[in-house]
Design a protein around this ligand. Sequence first.
Ligand code: AMP
Ligand code: ZN
Length: 667
Amino acid sequence: MSNIQEHIEALRSELRTHNHNYYVLDSATISDYDFDIKLKELQELEAKHPEFFDANSPSQRVGGTVTKNFETIKHAYRMYSLENSYSKEDLLDWETRIEKLIDGDVQFTCELKYDGASISLTYEHGKLIKAVTRGDGFQGDNVTANVKTIKSVPLQLKGDYPETFDIRGEIVLPFDGFNKMNEDRIEIGEEPYRNPRNTASGSLKLQDSAEVAKRPLECLLYNLTGTNLGVTSQFESLEKAREWGFKVPEVAKLANSIDEVLEFINYWDIHRHNLPFETDGVVVKVNDLQQQEELGFTSKAPRWAMAYKFKAEQVSTRLNSITYQVGRTGAITPVANLEPVELAGTTVKRASLHNADQIERLDIRVSDMVYVEKGGEIIPKILGVDLSERPENSKPTEYITHCPECNTLLERKEGEAQHYCPNYNGCNPQIIGRIQHYISRKAMDIDGLGGETVALLVNEGLITNYSDLYELTKEQVIPLERMAEKSAEKLIEGIEQSKNIPFERVLFALGIRYVGETVAKKLARHYKSIDAIREATQEQLENVDEIGIKIAESVCLFFTSEENNETINRLKSFGVQLEMSAEELVGKTILLQGQSIVVTGVFETISRNELKKLIEDNGGKVSSSISSKTSFIVAGDKMGPSKKEKAEKLNIDLITEAEFLQMVSMG
Ligand code: AMP
Ligand code: ZN
């Protein structure tokens, strides 16, 4: 092996281990920053030496392949369904059937039933060869490129794995990641995803694997399939799979009787609410693989396994009223206000009714007794109406026709479920919502100004759009509720400071529908100024990498409004950055934006002042003392021992001069 090849292999192996520690074992053994440095190094080497390409290199996890049509692949072993049970009696009946077919004692493995999208992974010589969806059980879609981006799926196994085998599991989207995705959706005016399961299975069929890579999916494994697997029981196979590098939840337990199975079920019926991902039941399997083979399959499911479905918790309560909320984008959401009721450990007072169609389909009326369920959805959902309790004089719900806030006639576009208030510039929640978005942390990050103050300023008639912020005076602000001289000063100062925020963030802050952080960056870097974007035609916009029709349309629409153009001109006149600065254009970056960096020690190739300038040129902040806010430390020779100790205590990364220089030159 050549030196370079050895180096590439060593990097791959190291990154693989860190990935496994982080995504499978949940314990990080490297900082994100160091990981990125090593990954970049690997990517560069691989680019320079295509002869050492490996489809299963950790560098392949970032995705990038686009699949237009997913190839259909036959499963080597059929993917069966599971039989369902709902009670102790069902389980005892099952046990009796088993005992008739086999001799000897039966032990059971109990596992959770993960609620996501099933997947079958094929490994040969320890490498992931393909990933196929369940499909109809006989054949499914080849989604290998997408599955490779899921970090808990090992691309290369370790230990004494069989030469070839299939392993089955479930691809899930943990709640945290799901909620985060929804926050981002709401921020750009998209409807949030309804539940993690559908979002997980939808993700597998995305055409662009780089998009899949951004989604925090996980793969939980539960079944080994093949010949000569070297295991004799289900429980053992779970342990082995874990050793080879797969993510197999640790909750699985052995049970010697149906009573012990029920203990497991009862425990998890309560504790599942604390799990990071969704479960809809328990799967009980005959543990001994020899016994499994004797039991075999029915036409649909194995005889040796049984799903036990948890009851989704459900209650009925009175619907007191329906109110309508207006979002930042003008979207109307009907909300059910309920008589407060306990459900799955929380008090439920409200439920989403989604849209007009939903209300009509379920014929939901005020004063009805409605069934409420907390299932996969985060927000409780109304399943239906108890008609026997319907008051005699009840009338069907008439959906509002006018905006509850500004009384404008609502619109509903063809093919869209939501009604919208079109009064973009005159509807209070839209005005307030847009300004709140403008000042928010990821946008203009205005210190000293919060969402409630924005509402006050609008309601007092002091501002009607975000450009008005720049004309506010201290004297106007002081009389507001909970304002004082000091806080008013801070607010004005914060607004002033926002004139330094770089163009790409300003573009995001404008709140153009579908223009989220990433899209704003793309557009800003491509066009370099608001005027160039304004002049672009829809067709030209669509031709920009990763800008689709929906975004292009929305951007054009934004600039057709006289008022929007006026607002932008005003922002410009106040000195807000509406084009890339000269520095950005000549290669300065925002690589270190938001980072607070400490420089300490003696440097070899560069002076301390030059180093500080480099940090600032890349958008970072130089700070003189180490604190919990420090992002990292550039450490030269002779770093003081007390500083070293402090950095260790706060777990702050130290990087060398050379590493830092590499980092900024890569920006
Ligand atoms: P069903 O779709 O209701 O027939 O249930 C069968 C599905 O449950 C299988 O296709 C698996 O994708 C899924 N499942 C989730 N967790 C497990 C588990 N621990 N063992 C077996 N199957 C599971
Ligand atoms: Zn309105």
